[in-house]
Design a protein around this ligand. Sequence first.
Ligand code: ADP
Ligand code: ADP
Length: 232
Amino acid sequence: MIRLEGVTKRYRSAAGERVALDNVTLSVAQGQVFGVVGRSGAGKSTLIRTINRLETPDAGRIFVGDEEITALKPAALRAARRRIGMIFQHFNLLNARTIAQNVAFPLKLEGRPAAEVDRRVADLLARLGLADHAAKYPAQLSGGQKQRVGIARALACKPRVLLCDEATSALDPETTDEILTLLDQLNRELDLTVVLITHQMEVVRRVCDRVAVLQDGRLVEEGTTADVFLHP
Ligand code: ADP
Ligand code: ADP
């Protein structure tokens, strides 16, 4: 479902050049929950952000489904991104809009008719246990509820892939568990391919089928979660 071939990304700044990803090749099969771990600065965030081309690699190719993400022109890239959901550590909700409006946002961008948007939003809020919160604003919700809104918004356009950027790092252990249970359930029910980056090993052990370890931008290990954790 996802393939990176020789992906390299450098950042240039006044301080010089930094190789954030160094010739990374990896594949994620459809329906997997795939974890990416590594220390702070290892390149995890850069890796996940290249998959929907929030960052453009300097070298290498990235495929999602049968599309080469690295070859898409802007209009095609915008369309492809709607099929790649993303959730964030700090949720990135629109604070001046209601929960329902947040979830409706990507559907409106896609130009969906109002009746379909309403139906889809109601469906997503129900699925994520947010039906009673539709008219509230993000500030009125708990962290776990905000992340569920983030997930509902990410799923609005029925993506095949969900990217999770430290999605549970701002949550307490109990709420983390609740969100992981939800991701696990969505993975199974929707055959959603999930890529998650985290510095929390217990998150990986709990939900990931496979895991990749990044160190200084290089992929140093990749395998089943059991293998990677049994042979440290
Ligand atoms: P991680 O998510 O594993 O903490 P990142 O992908 O955020 O790692 O960062 C990898 C490396 O790239 C780090 O050395 C970081 O300082 C550098 N880096 C990340 N983003 C930028 C940026 N926008 N400009 C310059 N350097 C960056
Ligand atoms: P539909 O005819 O609505 O496309 P599907 O068989 O695709 O039906 O999906 C069944 C249910 O699951 C519907 O309520 C649909 O909205 C929901 N659904 C399907 N795929 C996704 C997805 N990737 N993300 C969120 N919800 C989904």
